[in-house]
Design a protein around this ligand. Structure first.
Ligand code: HEM
Length: 404
């Protein structure tokens, strides 16, 4: 699937400090430099493009927002047109006290034991993708590899057919790249997702199976049945949170290692269980953290000296915090020997990523299998890597030469 990054009619951003826009194509290509340049001038940038909305770039500001559920609500987790109606996708859109029950319901499916059981199948899946590349000299590491892996993971867990993958990726594109600015598109894609999720849940109520969809279809919290609307919200969240997030992280890792043969060589020389792999995966997550969330301001407050008022929106720019020199030693150095790496790619506070075990498994296995199969691969000088901008940032095309 080809992605068009020039969908916005708005003028390109020239002043990131006072007029930022996460759907500007420059964000996709080079967000890290943008955040670093803002940080040199001010901890929190602003814009009026979506109504009043903020962009914090320091660990201190990001932490303060993520940990303060009194002044910041998750009811809106994307900066979008202020008239865009919010939708329920618990637990990510829930505030306390409701949040806890929703999270507790889903948590067991994502615990380390449950996820570890998926490793063998995930490895087999990755090897199969690699064998499907055949014996060509060039490939697209995103289209032929990274984009498929998390779909396999989430489809297996939910119990939905993998043949729906193109439809999921289409929803993701429209949700994250178009919907923040286009109300009609937002309503259309939500309607499609609701129809799909309702039908899938109804099927499981008629015929239960051993999958996450069945658990959701029969969900109860404290003895009370969870409403159909919220059940549909859980399913939508699994699709929106579980696919392009890890797809982006895997793609960023592949893009990075294509350009760093020295690091690649060290990684393929050690066994899969070696600490170097753990460090390398955590460094991919820190350096290329794909997910930026948002909050609605619900009470007068101040973040790093910047006043915020009820009704304003703010990003929770976890990826920018990962590049803050106040929080990391040499943040612009991608260091696979970094032992202390307290990154916030998975967020922090009550909404910390529920899927982090699954994401780490998929990212680790995907990198290990690719690097072992193609230890000499390189970026294709005749191709161009394209990047998704906005809420989930990562490469969508990575043309490579395999140099077998
Ligand atoms: C590298 C991949 C991933 C990254 C970087 C990532 C990042 C994040 C972040 C930053 C949050 C915090 C949201 C907030 O504060 O508003 C989050 C929450 C969440 N993530 Fe992930 N995620 C990834 C993969 C996944 C996967 C594979 C799933 C599986 C479905 C998943 C499910 C969730 C859920 C359900 C929440 C909401 C938790 C809550 O509100 O309590 N994520 N993720």
């Amino acid at each position: 699937m080809a992605y068009d990054h020039s969908q916005t009619d708005e003028p390109p951003v020239t002043d990131w400090l006072h007029d930022w826009d996460w759907l500007d194509p420059a964000w996709g290509v080079d967000a890290i430099s943008i955040w670093n340049s803002i940080r040199e001038q001010c901890p929190v940038a602003s814009t009026e493009r979506y109504g009043r909305a903020f962009l914090p770039v320091t660990m201190e500001a990001v932490q303060a927002i993520a940990q303060d559920t009194e002044h910041f609500s998750s009811w809106r987790v994307s900066v979008a047109r202020p008239d865009a109606p919010p939708r329920a996708a618990p637990p990510i859109t829930s505030d306390p006290p409701d949040h806890h029950g929703h999270r507790r319901l889903l948590l067991p499916s994502f615990n380390p034991k449950a996820i570890a059981l998926m490793e063998d199948d995930m490895r087999k899946f990755c090897r199969n993708l690699i064998s499907q590349i055949g014996d060509t000299d060039v490939a697209d590491a995103a289209e032929q590899y990274s984009q498929h892996i998390p779909v396999h993971g989430i489809c297996s867990m939910l119990g939905v057919p993998e043949s729906d993958a193109d439809m999921f990726r289409d929803w993701i594109y429209r949700n994250f790249q178009l919907a923040p600015k286009d109300l009609d598109e937002r309503m259309r894609v939500i309607a499609e997702m609701v129809a799909y999720s309702s039908a899938a849940l109804a099927e499981r109520r008629r015929e239960p199976k051993d999958d996450l969809l069945t658990l959701i279809a029969h969900a109860e919290i404290d003895g009370e049945t969870v409403s159909e609307e919220l059940q549909v919200g859980y399913v939508q969240l699994m699709v929106l949170a579980g696919i392009d997030t890890t797809w982006s992280a895997i793609g960023s890792g592949l893009w990075h290692f294509a350009q760093h043969p020295d690091q690649r060589k060290r990684l393929v020389a050690v066994p899969n269980g070696d600490a170097l792999w753990v460090q390398a995966v955590e460094e991919v997550l820190r350096f290329y953290a794909p997910v930026t969330m948002a909050r609605q301001v619900i009470g007068e407050t101040e973040i790093s000296g910047c006043p915020m008022h009820a009704g304003d929106q703010t990003l929770v720019t976890f990826p920018a915090a990962n590049h803050d020199p106040a929080a990391f030693d040499r943040p612009e150095e991608f260091d696979i020997d970094r032992e202390r790496n307290r990154h916030v790619a998975f967020g922090l506070g009550i909404h910390r990523c529920l899927g982090s075990n699954l994401a780490r498994l998929e990212l680790t296995v995907a990198l290990q299998e690719w690097l072992r199969a193609f230890p000499n691969y390189d970026l294709d000088p005749n191709g161009e890597t394209t990047w998704a901008n906005g809420q989930v940032r990562g490469p969508r095309n990575i043309p490579v030469v395999l140099n077998r």
